[in-house]
Design a protein around this ligand. Structure first.
Ligand SMILES: [Zn+2]
Length: 301
């Protein structure tokens, strides 16, 4: 395995880095039953996950995520899998590490706990912190190169996840992204968090890059990125969906093609985005198209 420059150095240099795209849709195509925890695939079908990760590495992703979005103990409890939590995190990292083979960074994906925190719900934030701390410890022990806290809606929950990651492993870079909707008053998460509040809160918690994933296609994401740029000095990370899903024959179909995404991703870079990835509906073909654009862009710069 060749020595890779650290991700922190790459970010500090101002390089544009690519994160992989969706895996959920691909898992459904390859046998995941709807309603089952995607994380269960880590133990039942590691070869499928390794293959998907390999496709993203071949397509030119610099950073590939683990199948651990829902692998915090609280969230796994909803599927009766809490007692497998450590194993699920460890194996998911090992799987992506094999696929990355020293050519890409391994990112531990961490999504919401599934619990509603006080004052909106009745879950104690201290329990949510412990929940994330356990997962962050397993991911760190398994040797992730960075942590991606993503699809967050509640700022308290997001900051607890970032703090837990930093408490466990202070030098491991953490990216933090929230999902925003457009309202007449601007962009807010469904829990009422503005871009400005998100940028400030996540930075205070220790995030190394802040931004948005999921919920919007790339054109809306360009505007969200511009708003982050206005209020934050941190590197910005954006992971758009391939448009909004339309249901055709009981299946979600996404309309933004790899060519369209790559063309618009140019504007993300112009808006100051340094980490570009994909969310729902994106494929290795999207990554490949964006890779070609970024290579041209950086060659020309
Ligand atoms: Zn998504």
């Amino acid at each position: 395995m060749r020595e890779m420059e650290t991700l922190s150095n790459r970010l500090a240099s101002g390089a544009v880095l690519l994160v992989d795209g969706a895996t959920g849709t691909m898992l459904l195509e390859r046998g995941l039953e709807p309603g089952k925890a995607p994380e269960s695939f880590t133990l039942s079908h590691p070869e499928v996950l390794e293959d998907i990760a390999r496709q993203y590495v071949s397509a030119g992703a610099d950073i590939v995520g683990t199948n651990t979005f829902g692998a915090s103990p609280m969230r796994l409890e909803l599927y009766g899998l809490a007692d497998r939590a450590e194993e699920l995190n460890r194996e998911a990292v090992a799987t992506v590490r094999r696929a990355a083979a020293g050519r890409a960074y391994v990112a531990g994906s961490v999504g919401p706990s599934g619990a509603m925190l006080t004052p909106h719900g009745d879950t104690d934030p201290r329990d949510v912190y412990e929940n994330f701390r356990s997962q962050m410890q397993w991911l760190a022990d398994a040797g992730v190169d960075c942590v991606c806290v993503e699809t967050m809606l509640d700022l308290t929950e997001a900051t607890l996840a970032v703090q837990a990651a930093k408490d466990v492993s202070p030098h491991t870079p953490v990216t933090a992204t929230m999902t925003f909707d457009e309202t007449p008053r601007g962009f807010f998460t469904v829990m009422g968090v503005s871009v400005e509040a998100a940028a400030a809160g996540l930075a205070d918690a220790g995030a190394d890059a802040v931004g948005s994933n999921c919920g919007s296609g790339i054109e809306v994401m360009i505007r969200i990125a511009e708003e982050f740029r206005r209020v934050s000095d941190l590197p910005i990370i954006i992971q758009p969906n391939a448009g909004l899903p339309e249901i055709e024959g009981g299946k979600a179909v996404y309309s933004e093609t790899p060519e369209f995404t790559a063309d618009r991703a140019r504007l993300l870079i112009d808006a100051g985005v340094r980490i570009i990835g994909g969310c729902c509906g994106t494929t290795p073909d999207h990554t490949r198209a964006v890779r070609e654009m970024v290579n041209e862009h950086q060659g020309a710069a």
